[in-house]
Design a binder for this molecule. Sequence first.
Ligand code: ADP
Ligand code: MG
Ligand code: ZN
Length: 599
Amino acid sequence: MSSDRRRQLYWLFFAFGVVLLLQPIIKNANAPQNVAYSEFLSLVEAGDIESVEVRESEVRATKTDSSRVIAQRIPGLEGEALVDKLTAKGIKFSGYRDYDSWWRSLLLAWVLPIGLLFVLYSVFAKRMGGRGGALKFGDSDAKIYDRAKDDRVTFEDVAGVDEAEDELREVVDFLKNPGKYLTIGAHIPRGVLLVGPPGSGKTLLARAVAGEADVPFFSMSGSEFVEMFVGVGASRMRSLFEQAKKRSPCIIFLDELDAIGKSRGGLGTMATNDEREQTLNQLLVEMDGFNSDTGVIVMAATNRPETLDAALVRAGRFDRQVLVDAPDVRGREKILEIHSRKIELDDSVDLGVMARRTPGMSGADLANVVNEAALAAARRASKRVAVADFENAIDRIQLGLKKTGKVMNEAERTRVAYHEGGHALVAMSLEHADPVHKVTIVPRSIGALGATLQLPTEDRYLMTKEELLDRVCVMLAGRAAENLVCKSLSTGAKNDLERATETARQMVCRYGMSELGAQTFGIARDLRFLGNTLSGSEERNYSEETAQRIDEEIGTLLSQQQERAAAILSKRRSVLETMAERLLENETLDATELKTLNQ
Ligand code: ADP
Ligand code: MG
Ligand code: ZN
């Protein structure tokens, strides 16, 4: 029996008991008054009776003041005579079949109260977040969105995350036609992890996958597993998977996976959370326990992938990671369109302009903007949402974002545009650098203010000195561009510098690619303790003098590449300018747009 059924059964018993105890009260509530037969007769005489129901053993009379009385009839006495008397007085009377009343009292005294209690229960259960209170421990109470539901979400409701959408279409296709994949023996993804900043639409996307595939969707949040008593989380997990397997093909969605999936037993977490660990272990067991042809796909979402336990992201578990990023201008416009579908916009509202006004906002923020704008319009008692409503809503929400440091000012945006443009332009100008796939100035969750994504054209096992030098040159190009255009440096290049310095150090100390010749310096020690790398400490096996020469070599290498980057940028300054302009306008440039700029 499913846990849901069992819970309902408990409740039915409970309600039955309550109603049993209340029977006397229920029965007496509007019960007629008992009177002697003689009194009934005198009431008839006095003309106080309006109508009478004559039954086998009693008469039920309704008085003119609409109160009711019952009198027991005297066996063998007055049959026809009573009828005569009532007719004479002009009182309405009727017969009655006894079993009708039996049915009615059953209905009134039992079915109705129990039904009422049941309705009450379900209302309360909903209030408490779909949980049936203390009656059930350890049962999974996943929210199930079923295909029949009209709150079905599809990819139509999601925008600005095209790459994630493309990847997830494959999952949809698998859920729809599993046979196609299974016949050729292809491995089907078992776990898909959605990674991205809060409000970017991870939960929405997961529901859209279920909606597109038209399968049941079991959704549960990580925090729901760890809130109760020890052992509950694990058994909830078990029953969640049990339920899901019965209804395959379907999707299990674990929202906020980091609540249970934090890496276990690392150093510094002396007091490990037993409950969480048990739940995590159970999840691992469950994920290993079904093969992909059961048609259950586990999806999960997190905004802190770096905290997840390594065991979770291993092959066969959440081995697919899908990046759900904050939207750029075009994405924001589409998201605004989606959320404006249900409201009426004034003709003067240009959502493209609104999208430009909202840098740094997530999908959830934008949904909020539209809602606030609609509320503002309603406050004006207007049916149409005007530009001013949007402006107000954007200002209000941006104020909140500014406090949390999510919005850059115009000067900062410009600087980031030149910085990223610098990386991209130098990467495109160098022979050995990886091709640029995408440049963006949409702030990322992970610290960076923008990004230049380079994709290697092929898998690399070896790298030549030229390639490494070009790589360092590209890393330093962002800083060089800032220096060239803004005539100043900023803290934004910190990560670039770290990576460039590390690469240069390795070239000198590991690969022997400097004047110091074919020799390595220092012994790298990978200290491992219970699977956690402590720190990449290094044992020094060279003299103080050599140390100085190493530092010099690294210094020269870096400054040479910095100059090289600066030279390329000043030579192609006009391209850099247009690139930055386009970036400020569109926030992202993809490979084809970059190619046309590079000509
Ligand atoms: P997350 O799970 O990533 O924190 P949600 O999926 O819960 O974000 O997003 C919250 C709400 O914001 C959604 O219900 C939707 O209304 C809106 N939203 C977020 N991202 C998008 C998007 N990419 N497209 C359309 N609406 C979005
Ligand atoms: Mg979410
Ligand atoms: Zn950079």
